[in-house]
Design a protein around this ligand. Structure first.
Ligand SMILES: [Zn+2]
Length: 332
């Protein structure tokens, strides 16, 4: 906050929320206790438990079909409507989040990235952490070519290594999947390690996902096959990335996929870089997807675009912080 554009954005939200009672979509990634969480993606099971209890007591938690109905039919949402979503498909979604959803009778929609399901491989942003930040001894310099561009990093101290980690996160998130895979292979060679991931950072197995999808409080959607910033890809590749995850999930779960969320999904762009664009929306429509979530701050109204809905990221907040934030989310 503070920048003029941010002030205008909150003022616009404030007015819209006065005109019509909004709904809020919450975005989670993981529910588990982690020793380190440099991307700040995990909510502890204790905090998630308390957050769900509060949501059920003070809000109207809609399920995926109810939410889709309001979005598609452009109907005003019931008062204090909340929709719970998860991105990526980590194993803890099944092992730790689902039992708590069931305990509180709270429905949620899980958007699943398919390429690393049923493997011991980590998503590249976790893999980068595993290679760089888990205390292995590393060379003092890293020279790496990414997408034809030469990059040089000082990795002589732990602070330099942390800086390198954040710099590479920033570069790789706008790269095509093949470029990311190639960079990770180079990093394994440089760090003298293999691709085998940590059990704490694995995705679900096929059996876990199938079992989770049978839970009455769980709804499944797709989130691409390899998790690229689709806005950086040509239309045909966007169609393939999104379509492949849809097809894999439909075959595995024997149910139609209507829901999708853009990887990363933020509207904060760096120069010409885009997490999603008009071609992404076209691809989603062509594939028959009916409701698509992005990842930028805002509330949902009857007039919201069903192909780029705002979501609000939940961090590992204690109950008090969560309560205060929830009140604010409905206002501005
Ligand atoms: Zn994601």
């Amino acid at each position: 906050m503070g920048k003029l554009s941010d002030v205008i954005f909150s003022a616009t939200n404030f007015v819209a929320n006065k005109i019509q009672q909004p709904a809020v979509i919450l975005l989670y990634h993981r529910v588990t206790d982690l020793a380190a969480d440099p991307q700040d993606l995990a909510v502890s099971p204790a905090n998630f438990d308390a957050q769900l209890q509060h949501l059920k007591a003070a809000y109207n938690v809609l399920d995926a079909d109810q939410f889709l109905y309001h979005v598609k039919e452009k109907k005003k949402f019931p008062e204090r409507s909340v929709f719970i979503t998860f991105d990526d498909g980590y194993a803890d979604n099944y092992l730790e989040a689902t039992p708590l959803l069931e305990k509180h009778a709270a429905p949620a929609l899980f958007y699943i990235t398919t390429s690393k399901l049923n493997t011991t491989l980590e998503q590249w942003w976790d893999d980068l952490e595993r290679v760089l930040l888990t205390g292995r001894s590393l060379p003092a310099n890293l020279n790496i070519t990414i997408n034809g561009g030469a990059h040089q990093f000082n990795t002589a101290s732990s602070q330099h290594i942390t800086d390198t980690y954040y710099a590479l996160q920033g570069i790789l998130r706008f790269c095509a999947p093949d470029v990311i895979d190639h960079a990770m292979q180079d990093l394994y060679t440089w760090a003298q390690c293999g691709p085998e991931g940590r059990p704490t950072h694995r995705m679900m197995t096929f059996d876990e996902l199938k079992a989770m999808a049978k839970n009455p409080y769980v709804h499944i959607g797709c989130h691409t096959h390899r998790h690229p910033a689709v806005g950086m890809l040509p239309f045909q590749q966007q169609l393939e990335e999104i379509g492949q995850s849809k097809e894999i999930l439909e075959t595995l779960l024997q149910q139609p996929m209507k829901h999708f969320s853009y990887p990363f999904g933020s509207r904060k762009f760096l120069g010409t870089k885009r997490y999603y664009n008009a071609d992404s929306i076209r691809a989603c429509k062509e594939l028959g997807l009916e409701m698509v979530c992005a990842n930028y701050y805002g509330q949902v109204h009857s007039w919201s675009n069903p192909y780029a809905l705002p979501r609000i990221l939940v961090r590992d907040w204690s109950l008090d912080v969560f309560k205060t934030n929830m009140e604010r989310f409905f206002k501005m």
